[in-house]
Ligand binder design. Structure first.
Ligand SMILES: *[C@@H]1O[C@H](CO)[C@@H](O)[C@H](O)[C@H]1NC(C)=O
Ligand SMILES: *[C@@H]1O[C@H](CO)[C@@H](O)[C@H](O)[C@H]1NC(C)=O
Length: 322
């Protein structure tokens, strides 16, 4: 919560036990007049101007795959209703089919928009919500933007550790099956699409490392010249909030929303036992040790409900928007 002090305490100043405004029988003194009148009375002048306005930080929202800004309108309205006067920037680019374009391309383009927003709010900073693919790409936007202004980043059911499963795949590529999708995704051509960029096949980790140009890098699974920047930028956050749940139905495994993933025997490895956490590859361990990582699990929430159900928005999103 940002406090901008602006409430004029002048009219409650007490003079000999009486409120000044009672003394002069006028309801309100503008500050200047108020000070002059006290001076004229020869009273010890204590011109106090304490102003108190509560303002919420602006919010930047990054939509999911195959949809666009329109799909996030309910969330925008809810924020504006419960937190009046919040400035909400609802990212409009890469909606529909263009959300399937190469992840790096989307990330670097979205970054120009985030920069423009940060330039408008250099002092207070902003909060950011990324839904589904938008939470993964939005996170990468921060990681490639060394002096970003984001304070709290909320990842709303996003495949942060990648994606592997038929349900999700069939939404976009009905004729592909997860088991063999690697044959397309782990190729030069397959890397032209965002889904290929974060496809994480437990059976073909060697090809994942060889061909994937995005996920292994931003997760510092492969160390590159940018690795320390990818970690430092996340550590700039005041808070990282990871939201997901077992009834999501699209993110597979759903624990990917919490940076957990399958190992080679398709068991989901808990975050605290995962390499990304143990070796603190992108700062998750540090954030948690400093009390700046919030991992939230909600049952009975389908993937398409996280940003559309008021009870969810009110209980797991709004409390983080300060
Ligand atoms: C990685 O770092 C180099 C400079 O060392 C920079 O030119 C390049 O844009 C960076 N790439 C990303 C994706 O941040
Ligand atoms: C996968 O994880 C499970 C549970 O943590 C573990 O029992 C199993 O040995 C692991 N398999 C491999 C191949 O690492």
């Amino acid at each position: 919560m940002i406090m901008i002090m602006t409430v004029d305490l002048g009219h409650v100043l007490l003079v000999h036990g009486k409120k000044l405004q009672d003394l002069y029988k006028v309801p309100f003194f503008p500050e200047i007049i108020f000070c002059k009148m006290i001076k004229a009375l020869g009273v010890l002048v204590l011109c106090v101007k304490i102003s108190l306005t509560l303002a919420y930080r602006p919010v930047f929202i990054y939509h999911g795959i195959l949809t666009g800004a329109d799909s996030m309108k309910h969330l925008v309205k809810r924020i504006e209703t419960i937190h009046p006067d919040t400035v909400v920037y609802n990212f409009e680019r890469f909606g529909g089919w263009s959300s399937l374009e190469n992840a790096w391309h989307q990330v670097l383009e979205a970054q120009t928009n985030l920069k423009a927003v940060c330039d408008l709010h250099p002092e207070e900073g902003i909060n950011m919500i990324g839904y589904s693919q938008g939470g993964l790409l939005g996170r990468a936007v921060l990681q490639t933007y060394p002096d970003h202004c984001v304070k709290t980043f909320i990842s709303l059911s996003s495949p942060q550790a990648g994606q592997f499963g038929d349900d999700f795949l069939h939404l976009i590529f009905p004729s592909l099956v997860a088991k063999t999708a690697y044959q397309l995704f782990y190729t030069y051509v397959g890397q032209h699409t965002s889904v290929g960029n974060y496809w994480n096949d437990p059976n073909h980790q060697d090809l994942f490392e060889e061909y994937s140009i995005f996920l292994p890098y931003i997760n510092n699974h492969i160390i590159s010249t940018n690795s320390s920047q990818f970690r430092d930028t996340l550590l700039r956050l005041d808070r990282l909030v990871l939201i997901g749940g077992p009834d999501d139905g699209v993110i597979t495994p759903w624990e990917s929303s919490h940076f957990s993933f399958y190992n080679e025997s398709f068991a989901v490895v808990p975050l605290q036992e995962s390499l990304i956490y143990i070796e603190d590859l992108i700062g998750l361990k540090t954030l948690e040790e400093n009390g700046r990582l919030d991992i939230i699990e909600r049952k009975n929430v389908h993937h398409y409900e996280w940003h559309r159900r008021d009870d969810i928005i009110d209980s797991v999103i709004l409390p983080y928007l300060d």
